[in-house]
Design a protein around this ligand. Structure first.
Ligand SMILES: Cc1cc2nc3c(=O)[nH]c(=O)nc-3n(C[C@H](O)[C@H](O)[C@H](O)COP(=O)(O)OP(=O)(O)OC[C@H]3O[C@@H](n4cnc5c(N)ncnc54)[C@H](O)[C@@H]3O)c2cc1C
Length: 391
């Protein structure tokens, strides 16, 4: 397949991509991916190897042992592209993404020096895995309706409540948890606090069974009078949690858009290969005009997604990725991803429905891209507010 002309990468990214391919050849085998699917999580040794090879920890600042790429998403995108291509989008790519895009940034951007010292070096090596706990059984899109509380007591906080749908929640050693530290639902009523595995009253063992993302755990968390010391309050000051979330959400949404583009590209590649080799009525199905037109549409959509994502990566690096630009990327790319996958499944015929085929698994995995990270309806609301200037 002719490569799309993308001008965001330089020779450092090309070298990193070569290293990724080598890492995948050695450590992301078909057997490993099967094991992850069966276990519902990526094994710790692979996460450690990912740390050793610089696949995880890209967003950790250099002084704490990472690659210092918190505002440069290009290396992260290379990780996504290569893992998705081999079918590890629903396992290792997810686990790495949660660490680098959802957990590390809160410590790296807003943590106290002591918090950075304590967590970041071990997050860079993959030894400590993090998660981000915002959503609750009764509050998803409407985040300010959360009811998990952190009540001030001597030397710390008592946390009570529950979170649900937390990616990496079971495997996490620490969860950056969105809690209420004040009354009402004004932005300053919320804080982020680190709840650690092993703290008395913290249970993160209940796994949720999903239609896709089989190799990556999603869990319910419950907090029953969990004592969390003052030193775990992110940034050391109460009332900043909502603003901290809002500041990092553009990165989370860029990351989902970039994954969607990577999945779209992989789906196109799988479908090109399949339709070239499958015959019907004495000819490759790639030669039917309908197939040619669908492949042309898919390829065009993939190019458009990359053009959009690459622009967003540049904006992000310059500090200019606004909430509405990030919302556009998230909803538009995941909608195109969905259409591309649907076409790809159709062109695979019956095999497109069989989960031995990567296109079928990617289809199941991708459904959640239009839901998490803020639903696509909420994304359209954010864009509409910016476009119309009306609340
Ligand atoms: C596999 C998976 C992994 C996840 N990982 C995490 C994670 O790591 N951390 C975390 O905190 N959360 C996570 N989530 C939660 C996810 O972000 C939420 O499910 C999502 O934000 C939607 O919230 P909800 O499920 O409560 O749906 P609701 O908010 O109840 O929404 C239900 C429907 O109503 C619509 N709706 C709501 N408000 C509006 C509105 N204003 N206008 C129009 N329509 C609206 C929604 O678009 C949706 O269609 C994950 C979810 C899944 C399924």
């Amino acid at each position: 397949m002719p490569e799309m002309q993308r001008d965001v990468y330089d020779e450092d990214h090309d070298a990193f991509r070569d290293m990724m391919k080598e890492f995948i050849k050695r450590h992301v085998t078909t057997e490993k991916m099967q094991q992850w699917d069966e276990a519902g999580e990526v094994d710790r040794e692979t996460m450690r190897l990912a740390g050793e090879h610089g696949v995880i920890g890209l967003s950790v600042p250099e002084e704490f042992g990472g690659a210092g790429m918190l505002t440069d998403y290009r290396f992260r995108s290379v990780v996504n592209e290569e893992l998705v291509r081999v079918g590890a989008g629903s396992s290792l790519a997810g686990a790495v993404g949660i660490q680098d895009d959802l957990a590390v940034p809160y410590i790296a951007r807003f943590g106290t020096d002591a918090q950075k010292q304590k967590w970041l070096p071990r997050m860079a090596t993959g030894e400590v895995l993090g998660a981000l706990g915002m959503t609750e059984p009764g509050a998803g899109s409407d985040l300010r309706a959360v009811s998990t509380t952190a009540k001030k007591v001597d030397g710390g906080y008592l946390v009570n409540g529950a979170k649900t749908f937390i990616s990496s929640g079971r495997t996490a050693d620490m969860v950056v948890t969105f809690v209420k530290t004040g009354e009402g639902n004004r932005p300053d009523a919320f804080s982020l606090i680190i709840v650690e595995d092993g703290m008395a009253g913290f249970d993160h063992s209940r796994t949720l069974h999903k239609m896709g993302f089989q190799g990556h755990d999603t869990a319910e968390l419950s907090f029953s009078d969990v004592f969390v010391p003052d030193e775990n309050l992110i940034g050391g000051v109460e009332g900043r949690g909502f603003v901290q979330l809002m500041e990092n959400l553009p990165l989370e949404r860029l990351s989902i858009g970039a994954v969607a583009a990577a999945v779209g590209q992989a789906a196109l590649e799988w479908t090109l290969e399949y339709t070239a080799n499958r015959e019907a009525f004495g000819q490759p199905i790639a030669d039917f005009q309908n197939t040619r037109f669908r492949l042309a549409e898919m390829a065009t959509a993939v190019d458009a997604m990359w053009a959009f994502v690459d622009r967003a990566m540049r904006l992000y690096e310059r500090g200019g990725l606004t909430a509405d630009e990030a919302a556009k990327i998230k909803f538009w790319c995941t909608e195109r991803e969905w259409e591309i996958l649907d076409q790809g499944v159709q062109l695979h015929g019956g095999y497109g429905y069989i989960t031995e085929f990567p296109i079928a698994r990617a289809f199941l995995d991708a459904r959640v891209h239009r839901i998490y990270g803020g639903t696509n309806e909420v994304m359209r609301e954010i864009v509409a507010r910016a476009v119309t200037g009306r609340k």
